[in-house]
Design a protein around this ligand. Structure first.
Ligand SMILES: NC(=O)c1ccc[n+]([C@@H]2O[C@H](COP(=O)([O-])OP(=O)(O)OC[C@H]3O[C@@H](n4cnc5c(N)ncnc54)[C@H](O)[C@@H]3O)[C@@H](O)[C@H]2O)c1
Length: 304
């Protein structure tokens, strides 16, 4: 099989690419390297890996040659899309429109979608729940999902917020950010501390992509929440879990969070097919404390 990972140099893409290579697959990693080459250099000597520097705004070169396309490239997350709405539209939506147009019937495409589109209802959401995107990020990801699902040979995985260590760290993700502040600044300011989110470890997220590839015939045409029923937590609850391991203070702000998301997600659909995350939030917190504890470099990745 020939496998393409767009956004393969990203937070999730580097972990997914590593796992695919460990499974003996031949992989093409395509990225414009907006966060540099360093995050994927540990994979660069693998003879089964081809590395392509390319911007998906210009389509995908040789796209018809791939059996499986994992489509991860994009402007990812609330802060990055809020500060780059133009790029978010062009990359997350218009480039995906071109990829959908070029997709041949025999190919498999697995799309990196998001639970962010469930909005701020605070209610439990499954895949049938009407979506209510409340950010540029969620709006562009919903548009991309709708474009792609015009085709039958697409799976969308609506991922929970990812956490844990990757060689391309994302410090805007809630658990990664909170642990950093607890370890380095000894204080976390909570806005909307009641707000519920849902989480998945980056290694489990990569396993979930591979699960979708391995179960493509059972899942094709479908949209699946990708995470675990035991991984829905409020900001308060996440801060309390970190407090069990690090000493820091919490300041509750009366200001509202600009990111209004507040929802509980149900993952029964993917669980019934046999996927369940195996890492806990506590494991992720332990890893992050260890890595942040000795490695100053992550301060360069901070966007907020
Ligand atoms: N991390 C999460 O919590 C999460 C949750 C749900 C969905 N997702 C989705 O998963 C995907 C990957 O997210 P991530 O956390 O790894 O983000 P990331 O920002 O680390 O990775 C995105 C990658 O896409 C590349 N890229 C951006 N624009 C490009 C372009 N025009 N051409 C080629 N490459 C380009 C970037 O260089 C980067 O390597 C995204 O589509 C994101 O929306 C992420």
């Amino acid at each position: 099989m020939r496998i393409l990972v767009t956004g393969g140099a990203g937070y999730k893409g580097t972990v997914l690419t590593r796992k695919l290579l460990e499974h003996g697959q031949r992989v093409t990693l395509l990225d414009n390297f907006m966060y540099g080459y360093e995050p994927m250099m540990h994979l660069a000597t693998n003879r089964n890996l081809e590395i392509v520097k390319h911007d998906i705004r210009n389509g995908i070169p040789g796209m018809k040659d791939y059996d499986v396309i994992f489509h991860l490239a994009g402007i990812s997350g609330f802060p990055a899309c809020a500060s780059n709405p133009h790029s978010a539209q062009l990359i997350n939506v218009e480039a995906t429109r071109q990829i959908a147009a070029d997709l041949a019937p025999g190919q498999m495409l697995i799309n990196a979608s998001t639970t962010s589109m469930y909005g701020k209802s605070g209610e439990p959401c499954n895949e049938e729940t009407p979506v209510d995107p409340v950010s540029t990020y969620a709006m562009t990801k919903l548009a991309a999902e709708q474009i792609l699902h015009d085709k039958p040979n697409v799976i969308s995985l609506r991922f929970a917020t990812v956490f844990g260590f990757s060689t391309r760290m994302r410090m805007d993700l809630m658990i990664n950010d909170f642990v950093y502040k607890a370890v380095k600044e000894k204080v976390i300011v909570l806005f909307d501390s009641f707000a519920k989110r849902t989480f998945i470890h980056v290694e489990d997220a990569a396993d979930c992509y591979i699960f979708a590839m391995d179960n493509f015939d059972r899942m094709k045409g479908g949209i699946f929440n990708a995470g675990g029923n035991s991984l829905n937590f409020s900001k308060d609850e996440i801060a309390a879990k970190i407090k069990e391991k690090v000493d820091f203070s919490v300041v509750n702000s009366e200001l509202r969070d600009k990111d209004l998301r507040h929802f509980i997600v149900n993952f029964d659909k993917i669980e019934k097919l046999g996927f369940r995350p195996s890492r806990t939030v506590e494991q992720g917190i332990d890893e992050l404390i260890r890595v942040y504890g000795f490695y100053e470099y992550f301060s360069h990745y901070r966007t907020i």
